[in-house]
Design a protein around this ligand. Structure first.
Ligand code: ZN
Ligand code: ZN
Length: 312
């Protein structure tokens, strides 16, 4: 989860001088969750100046129901800037209030409406991916929760042509806290299976969530096994986006606290393995790291880029 208070401490890169040279390109698409303060199109400008080749944004306040007001010119400008700076894919993260597995009918209705709004805005912005946490099943059991989420996604997207808009919904694996769905690759795969054919759907895997939910992402052998398990359940080709977050908490702690890349309980070598695995070359790698000090966003992008081996 991205902590909003840390976004507030962000040094606004738009106020700094424009870099003289375009950012160094790597063989992997690297980006970071970027602020849309001042208008959605500003995110593209910021991402470019941070050295990114992809970006993730919110299209609504992460903890409020009211969506941001998107005007057509903003969308057109966003498209123009992405083209100019070769920023792709554009990933949108849904707001955190949405719970498509809720057993409270009113809350579920609100969530379905909010999620439909997210899909509509993503289509308006010509986004490639919309990331969704599969929800919390409190008051039911896990199996019912997975059914509810799948049904709610199908209901929320009815009548919207995602395929035509080039938009794919990504189910993100989670830290596996009590009642939360998606704490294992199998659970994410189950949602994917239920929705296949109904709506374009794939997965987003978060390194911090993988680690704190119990997988061994730290050792070389552990990472090898993770990729085997991921391929057997979700399929590596069905993971177009990785969230590259180090973790503050220990493996198996189920505590979702992101740390700067290479500075947490995961460490730099795991990210190096991930970024350079030829089976993941199609994916975009996006940090959702905290901003404790001004410039932390740029440093995390730079760290990820440095870990990508130069193309031979
Ligand atoms: Zn998280
Ligand atoms: Zn994430």
């Amino acid at each position: 989860m991205i902590v909003p208070s840390s976004i507030a401490r962000e040094q606004d890169i738009l106020k700094l001088p424009v870099p003289k040279r375009p950012p160094r390109r790597t063989s992997r698409r690297i980006g970071i969750h970027t602020s849309i303060a001042g208008g959605i199109q500003n995110a593209a400008e910021r991402a470019y100046r941070l050295g990114c080749s992809t970006l993730q944004i919110f299209s609504s306040s992460p903890r409020q129901w009211a969506p941001y007001d998107l005007s057509r010119p903003q969308c057109a400008e966003m498209r123009r800037l992405r083209e100019r700076y070769d920023l792709k894919p554009l990933v949108i993260h849904t707001n955190y209030l949405i719970n498509l597995a809720s057993t409270n009918e009113l809350f579920l209705k609100k969530s379905v409406e909010a999620f439909r709004g997210e899909v509509e805005r993503a289509l308006d912005l010509c986004a490639d991916y919309l990331v969704l946490h599969p929800g919390s099943f409190r008051g039911a059991n896990r199996e019912e929760g997975l059914l509810r989420t799948s049904a709610a996604i199908a209901a929320a997207t009815q009548g919207l042509d995602l395929a035509k808009g080039g938009l794919t919904i990504l189910i993100e694996n989670t830290a596996g806290a009590e009642y939360s769905l998606g704490g294992s690759f199998e659970q994410v795969a189950e949602v994917l299976q239920r929705l296949r054919g109904l709506v374009p759907i794939a997965a987003c895997i978060d390194t911090c969530h993988t680690h704190v939910s119990g997988y061994d992402i730290v050792s070389e052998k552990g990472m090898r096994e993770i990729l085997v398990q991921l391929d057997a359940t979700i399929g590596l080709k069905n993971v177009p986006v990785w969230h590259c977050n180090d973790a503050k908490a220990a493996r198996g702690s189920r505590l979702d606290r992101h740390q700067h890349v290479g500075k947490g309980s995961i460490g730099p070598e795991s990210f190096r393995r991930l970024l350079n695995d030829p089976r993941l070359a199609h994916a975009a790698f996006i940090a959702e790291t905290p901003i404790d000090e001004p410039g932390d966003d740029r440093r995390n992008v730079a760290t990820l880029k440095k870990l990508v081996a130069p193309a031979s």
